[in-house]
Design a protein around this ligand. Structure first.
Ligand code: UDP
Length: 329
């Protein structure tokens, strides 16, 4: 039988690369697309030798062309850490808006089903906890996170419009904080930040008083949820995340224990508009997809720490080599 063909954007990134692995494992033909601004080819290097894998170096904010048939499109291209979208705010807006529009057009031409990577950031700094899909959110459009949050909200609106107006088969996954191997050590996110600090022998920087909460999902659980949602027939947004909520202070303590570092916690200013609480209500995912996370934070953190420890020493240097300034057009 002919293989199904899937286009994955943001394929060289953290989530994109794990999705490539999953679809290769399911014997799809995978077309991996990335402009490599924040992605890293090392994440998918092991797939290049396969006959059912191809890579396309392309920015989806520009017209996207893929020859041949396409069964599915997974749009996972976007900067996704607060530090990244502060550095490349305009690219962040463009990939969520123009990029999504281009890919929806492609999906329509190819009669492909498309899933978009939305985010818990559509809920902003939420006033209800946990957050169900029905919650409309509390977003500051002109704050530093606005470029990401509003791009993702627009992305959902655009996707839903293609669904209702053109009858396109679409899926929307709202992804909550996720971690695992292949996260960038220096992307500013709390988990690589803390582990990087522990490995370098620096103090762990907790922002604010550390009472803000997050709920961390291990990447394999997330990928399973996304896979099930894509193959389901449900077009409304679905939260995928781990409801095990923890304060950032407690999380710092867990990383201190995990790594055995003798460093301490130091406190820094809370970033503007940093959400005070975040926890997914996964009632829908449980009912519709028969999905819930299986991997505990203790297990997932062990695997992730082992990955970071295995990186070459230069990966620990706390600087980003890429010059982002030219991308803000
Ligand atoms: N955070 C922190 N220290 C760090 C990096 C992040 O205390 O070195 C906090 C951050 O202020 C936020 C939480 O950890 O409250 C999660 O931050 P992250 O950037 O990972 O993702 P977010 O969930 O805010 O998008």
């Amino acid at each position: 039988m002919e293989r199904k063909r899937v286009l994955i954007t943001g394929a060289a990134g953290f989530l994109g690369s794990h999705l490539c692995d999953r679809f290769i494992k399911e014997d799809y033909h995978v077309i991996a697309m990335d402009n490599l601004i924040t992605g890293d080819l090392q994440n998918i290097e092991h797939l290049f030798a396969l006959e059912n894998f191809e890579f396309s170096h392309h920015d989806v904010s520009k017209f996207v062309y893929v020859p041949g048939k396409l069964d599915y499109i997974l749009h996972f291209a976007s900067p996704a850490s607060p530090i990244d979208y502060l550095k490349i705010p305009i690219q962040t807006l463009k990939v969520g808006s123009l990029g999504t529009h281009n890919l929806l057009g492609l999906a329509k031409n190819k009669k492909a089903r498309m899933i978009i990577a939305s985010t818990s950031e559509v809920y902003g700094d939420p006033s209800v906890n946990p957050q169900p899909e029905e919650y409309w959110g509390n977003v500051n459009p002109v704050g530093p996170r606005g470029v990401y949050d509003e791009a993702k909200r627009f992305q959902e609106a655009m996707t839903m419009a293609y669904h209702t107006f053109h009858g396109l088969e679409t899926r929307i996954v709202r992804i909550f904080n996720t971690y695992g191997p292949r996260m960038r050590l220096n992307d500013g996110r709390v988990l690589p930040a803390f582990i990087g600090q522990a490995l370098r022998g620096e103090d762990l920087t907790v922002f604010g008083d550390g009472s803000q909460t997050r709920s961390f999902c291990y990447v394999d659980d997330l990928v399973e949820g996304i896979y099930r949602l894509l193959l389901s027939d449900y077009a409304q947004p679905v939260n995928i995340g781990n409801p095990d909520e923890i304060t950032i202070s407690q999380f710092a303590e867990e990383i201190i224990k995990l790594t055995g570092t003798t460093q301490k916690v130091i406190y820094k200013d809370l970033p503007v508009d940093d959400p005070k609480q975040r926890r997914p209500d996964i009632t829908k995912a449980r009912a519709l997809l028969n999905w819930e996370p299986k991997i505990s934070r203790a297990e997932g953190l062990k695997i992730t720490y082992a990955y970071f420890k295995s990186l070459p020493a230069e990966a620990l240097i706390n600087k980003e080599h890429k010059d982002f300034t030219t991308y803000n057009r």
